[in-house]
Design a protein around this ligand. Structure first.
Ligand code: NIG
Ligand code: FE
Length: 405
């Protein structure tokens, strides 16, 4: 029977109980049928677990597996040329308005075969797996026709057939206006975004609905119509909000009981209580802040004061956040946004699980949750955010089984 006790480890349970990281020294985790049966100090291991097979983790640090709750990692081509242009002085918005940016990735994504999209996505997935990630959210948004958007989500779902990872897919057709709808954003919403959402939902491809609420994206009124369609289908929403300007997108996400509001550099501190009231997770994306050389910081102090839960994600995408390391995003969240290393790890575990509606299954080491754990060569969980790069993962516990790297 698939029972095992993982013993002799430093457990960062990420249980929110007043002890930093929910730390347990000389810990043990009992797992059965892929679920956590018990966790605590080995000295307290209940007698019923004493004769279960044991794996000695020789003092390694064990955390919940990490969760990347905001990515765009299925796409064609890359935008390294645009990187050079931005370094030469062109802004992200200028490049987007000139038909570059997201639209250039749309052309490359439409031109790529499903197999090509899958193979390039798997490289980025492998990078994330090497960072101890077990759940990845993947958005559409580079197809911008009904069929191309659905194709992206099918490719995203196919990742699960090739790697030991759970994928959550998000409908983000309202990401950019395709050239065939130039100057007709409302028609694009009515003819592509909403009917496409219904078709993708009917195929079981939609775990959540997102939009890019921005001057170079869609207005709050347009996003509202997409959110109403999501609500009719019973699908939760989330939003790219306040990344480049304050259009009050986060408040709109709160009105629709959104899972999360993401980016938030231009969120007004006075709107933070609305997120707190509705339990909307603030997803921080420091990779985009870094790569766009943004200087406006999200209102971290106000988020903290009002008890808004903060997640951290890579935003892995070819334009604004060309990265595939969640640990690097955690490091950036600390150095650029002044999160504590504990907040950063909570942001990539417990709070990221909540941003995906998966809090009952993932994000902390407690009985009943999935035995999806990361085993690290590190003496303390602070190290995971502190050390930049490197290969710190000793192995992963996947479905309750230890896979040493
Ligand atoms: O999260 N802001 C909109 N979407 C992405 C960028 C996508 C792109 O530039 O390709 C983001 O930053
Ligand atoms: Fe994004």
């Amino acid at each position: 029977m698939s029972r095992r006790v993982f013993a002799n480890c430093l457990l960062a349970t990420m249980v929110d109980g007043g002890i930093a990281y929910g730390l347990v020294e000389a810990g043990a985790v009992a797992v059965e049928k892929g679920l956590i049966a018990w966790a605590g100090p080995i000295a307290d291991l209940p007698v019923e677990f004493h004769d279960w097979p044991r794996t000695d983790l020789t003092g390694a640090l064990v955390t919940p597996a990490l969760i990347d709750c905001h990515t765009h990692l299925v796409f064609g081509g890359d935008r390294s040329r645009e990187f050079a242009l931005r370094l030469g002085g062109a802004s992200y918005e200028e490049i987007a308005r000139a038909g570059g940016g997201i639209r250039s990735t749309v052309a490359a994504t439409r031109a790529a075969s499903e197999e090509e999209l899958l193979q390039s996505a798997l490289r980025r997935v492998d990078d994330l797996l090497a960072d101890g990630v077990a759940v990845i959210e993947v958005k559409s948004g580079y197809g911008l026709t009904i069929e191309d958007e659905m194709r992206m989500l099918r490719v995203a779902r196919a990742i699960e057939q090739h790697r030991p990872v759970r994928i959550r897919t998000t409908w983000l057709a309202a990401h950019a206006l395709p050239s065939e709808y130039a100057d007709a954003p409302d028609a694009y919403i009515d003819e592509i975004v909403i009917p496409g959402l219904r078709a993708a939902h009917a195929e079981g491809l939609v775990d959540a609905v997102d939009a890019f609420c921005e001057n170079i994206g869609f207005t709050p009124a347009q996003v509202r119509r997409v959110f109403e369609a999501a609500r009719d289908l019973g699908v939760p929403v989330k939003l790219h909000a306040e990344q480049l300007s304050d259009l009050k997108g986060a408040v709109l996400a709160a009105e629709f009981d959104g899972l999360s509001a993401d980016h938030l550099e231009y969120l007004a501190a006075s709107d933070v209580p609305r997120l707190a009231e509705k339990g909307v997770v603030a997803v921080l994306l420091p990779g985009a802040f870094f790569a766009l050389r943004e200087t406006q910081l999200p209102p971290i102090g106000a988020l903290r004061t009002h008890g808004v839960v903060m997640a951290v994600a890579t935003d892995s995408n070819p334009g604004s956040s060309p990265m595939s390391s969640l640990r690097l995003a955690m490091s950036m969240a600390c150095t650029l946004f002044r999160l504590t290393p504990e907040e950063a790890l909570a942001g990539a575990t417990r709070h990221a699980a909540r941003a995906l509606g998966l809090a009952a299954e993932y994000g902390s080491i407690v009985p009943g949750k999935r035995a999806e754990l990361a085993v690290w060569d590190a003496a303390h969980p602070d190290f995971l955010s502190y050390w930049i790069g490197g290969d710190l993962l000793r192995g992963r516990i996947v479905g309750g089984e230890f896979h040493e790297r």
